[in-house]
Design a protein around this ligand. Structure first.
Ligand code: ADP
Ligand code: F6P
Length: 319
């Protein structure tokens, strides 16, 4: 393989830059030319592509976001759009492609693979919603970002004796809420995977208040309900003053943690190795701290299992 391409697609995640650096440097080390494709699949359709060298990935290992930019591209979901992308790939002589993104981006990768372009997917999403891998690039950083906010909010929660609801991202996956909730000692963690009753949340708040507890943190995963409605209901039912914080895109930025940098570096190198071995349509992951790769269709078909034990532990430790 003489030339490979790299792109980031879908929602950005801290550590994407570290992965780009790892792919570019591993490839150049192995005498492979690397083309950087901008704004996800848009760049493939429009030909916004530039050659990358050792210094084009200098000083990015610690930066959030993605130097290649990212986007969602509806045109690529059509046959016509993908035909344009294939033409561009041929023009630039790109034989293999590393795609960093979530499940949507992986579906695009698989389609290119079926069309004869060797593709490798790296899991880049803060949500940790890809079942085949223990962790996705960006998740650990996001959990730590949420945790910093939990600590700050806990201070003011204690000062005022309030209940504080913190709404976090994660679409249909409660991992961000769960990990940040356990690590932050939240009184309640509300996730899409587990049924919840507002009465249970209220009972906990009242019991805590009765034993002199001055702060209460409730972590709510987005998509289950509106944090502000929940806050109002809690206030009405318990008489405890409640405040709501929606963390939003604060969770998507920032310098990647050591964990994410190590993960992204290992995954990037693994992707190049797979391409050099002629592999295609593979998703790179981590299981029990080992790098793994499996067929993208197989990876996407796996159903995410929610860690019920961890959820129960968070409950037990916050009685
Ligand atoms: P993520 O990769 O973070 O899950 P999206 O689901 O928004 O993000 O997908 C990112 C991009 O991947 C889409 O905008 C589109 O360009 C491409 N994509 C998603 N689904 C498909 C599909 N079924 N076929 C081809 N391309 C797809
Ligand atoms: O998939 C990552 C994610 O951050 C989700 O948790 C969130 O719902 C979504 O992206 C928001 O995406 P955007 O604001 O970029 O449309």
């Amino acid at each position: 393989m003489k030339t490979i391409g790299i792109l980031t697609s879908g929602g950005d995640a801290p550590g994407m830059n570290t992965a780009i650096r790892a792919v570019v440097r591993s490839a150049i080390y192995n005498n492979i030319k690397v083309m950087g494709i901008e704004r996800g699949y848009n760049g493939l359709i429009n030909g916004t592509i530039r050659q990358m060298d050792l210094s084009s990935v200098g000083d990015i290992i610690h930066r959030g976001g993605t130097i290649l930019k990212t986007a969602r591209c509806e045109e690529f979901k059509t046959e016509e759009g993908r035909k344009k992308a294939l033409d561009v790939l041929r023009i630039f002589g790109i034989e293999g492609l590393v795609i960093i993104g979530g499940d949507g981006s992986f579906q695009g990768a698989q389609k290119l693979s079926h069309a004869g372009i060797k593709t490798i997917g790296l899991p880049g999403t803060i949500d940790n919603d890809l079942a085949y891998t223990d962790y996705t690039i960006g998740f650990d950083t996001t959990v730590n970002t949420v945790l910093n906010s939990v600590s700050n909010i806990r201070d003011t929660s204690t000062s005022h004796g309030r209940a504080n609801i913190i709404e976090v991202m994660g679409r249909h996956c409660g991992d961000i809420a769960l990990y940040a909730g356990l690590a932050g000692g939240a009184e309640s963690v509300i996730v899409p995977e587990e049924e919840f009753h507002v009465e249970d949340v209220c009972r906990k708040l009242i019991q805590g208040k009765n034993r002199g507890k001055m702060h209460s943190i409730i972590i709510l995963a987005e998509g289950i309900g509106n944090g502000f409605d929940l806050g109002k209901e809690i206030e009405e039912k318990t008489g405890i003053e409640t405040r709501v914080t929606v963390l939003g895109h604060i969770q998507r930025g920032g310098s990647p943690t050591a964990f994410d940098r190590v993960l992204a570096s290992r995954m990037g190198a693994k992707a190049v190795q797979l391409l050099m071995n002629g592999k295609s349509g593979r998703a790179v992951g981590i299981k029990n701290n080992e790098m793994i790769d499996l067929d993208i269709d197989e990876a996407l078909a796996k159903e995410k299992e929610f860690d019920k034990d961890m959820y129960e532990l968070a409950k037990i430790l916050s009685i």
